[in-house]
Design a binder for this molecule. Structure first.
Ligand code: SAM
Ligand code: SF4
Length: 341
């Protein structure tokens, strides 16, 4: 199938589907505030509606879907959605990003339903630091979730760590070791100034170069894995063959090859993590648009896509949080936990 390209030549190949904006954690880099305006429950897409929208995207060449949230596993009966998506032959890759809290409980049903890959967010191996970051307890549950994932999806599990200065940056080596011992690929993510990160400052960002220097001090020389990929992570190899990734979205954005877009749980489609406005696909769907009509609207929107949010942020001289808490209350879809990260 011909792949649809945007105004900067980037293909429409993958879609992140948020199934809820609710979460059982309150990570300081994602949800630092006290109160939240949640999406209205009756406005959330039903699984059938998500499947119809995915069909429209697939008809334009999308072949990879990542289920996300909020915390996707707080959405009831999630394996039923995975099962519906797994029936779409056009979808070659169905993945999920989770905080792992409920993963041990649901992993088997998800694997049976057809989930192919899992990324678990793990920022620390220390219970007190976990509570400091997530503002909830739960490290043992997350570790049990990772163990279940490593058993059910061998070689297809990743661990994502947001590196925060003076909070968990000293744990980069132990997290890398933890992942290596379990045959899992670790990925270190620079702290981003996205909606939701209302306490972001440039000083709290630990850059890719710093992360590499830290790892190099402990493990010796690092080789870059050269590959042509639209994946956000740059991959590196240690002398013993261990491969890890770094997502340098803050200091070295990958906008020029970004092929992802995001569907919120209430059906708004965003072309960039930093976009202020999205296309309300739910309204079109509930007004009776056919899959073909939806695909036409999606195609028209993608063809003029020129967003390069992270690169534009990089050019800003006085860089601070992207949105303040009152802007987020006005428009909860600006939040990272609504967009799905
Ligand atoms: N709740 C799930 C989780 O935590 O994996 C899925 C949703 S979460 C919004 C998706 C990803 O976004 C997580 O890996 C999280 O660490 C990342 N994230 C959230 N806020 C971030 C920020 N300010 N900078 C970098 N990554 C962030
Ligand atoms: Fe943390 Fe993910 Fe929940 Fe955000 S959505 S608070 S990153 S667990």
């Amino acid at each position: 199938m011909d792949v649809l390209h945007d105004a900067l030549g980037r293909p429409l190949r993958s879609l992140r589907v948020s199934v809820t904006d609710r979460c059982n954690l309150r990570c300081a880099y994602c949800m630092p505030e006290q109160g939240y305006r949640w999406l209205e429950r009756e406005r959330l897409l039903h699984f059938g509606e998500i499947a119809t929208l995915v069909d429209a995207f697939c008809s334009l060449g999308v072949e990879a879907v990542r289920i996300t949230g909020g915390e996707p596993l707080v959405r009831r009966e999630l394996p039923r959605l995975v099962e519906q998506l797994a029936r779409r032959p056009a979808l070659r890759d169905i993945a999920m990003t989770t905080n792992g809290m409920l993963l041990a409980e649901h992993a088997e049903a998800l694997a049976l339903a057809g989930l192919q890959r899992v990324t678990v967010s793990l920022d620390t191996l220390d219970e007190r630091t976990f509570e400091r970051i997530a503002r909830r307890r739960g490290l043992p549950e997350v570790l049990a979730g990772i163990a279940a994932a490593a058993r059910l999806w061998p070689g297809r599990v990743k661990l994502d760590t947001v590196v925060l200065r003076d909070v968990n940056d000293a744990e980069v080596d132990s997290l890398l070791e933890f992942a290596r011992e379990r045959g899992i690929e670790a990925r270190f993510i620079e702290y981003m100034d996205v909606g939701g990160a209302t306490h972001w400052t440039p000083e709290k960002v630990v850059s890719r170069d710093e992360i590499l220097r830290r790892i190099e001090r402990r493990h010796g020389s690092i080789e870059e894995v050269r590959e042509r990929s639209s994946a956000p992570a740059e991959r590196f190899r240690l002398g013993d063959g261990t491969v890890f990734g770094i997502v340098a979205s803050t200091t070295a954005p990958f906008c020029t090859r970004c092929d992802r877009s995001r569907l919120t749980a209430d059906g708004h489609w965003y072309l960039c993590l930093y976009a202020r406005l999205g296309l309300d696909l739910r309204a079109l769907l509930r007004a009776g648009a056919s899959t073909e009509e939806l695909a036409r609207r999606i195609a028209k929107t993608w063809q003029v896509r020129s967003e390069r949010g992270a690169e534009e942020r990089l050019g800003e001289r006085e860089r601070g949080p992207y949105a303040d808490s009152s802007a987020l209350r006005e428009d909860p879809r600006l939040e990272m936990h609504t967009r799905g990260g």
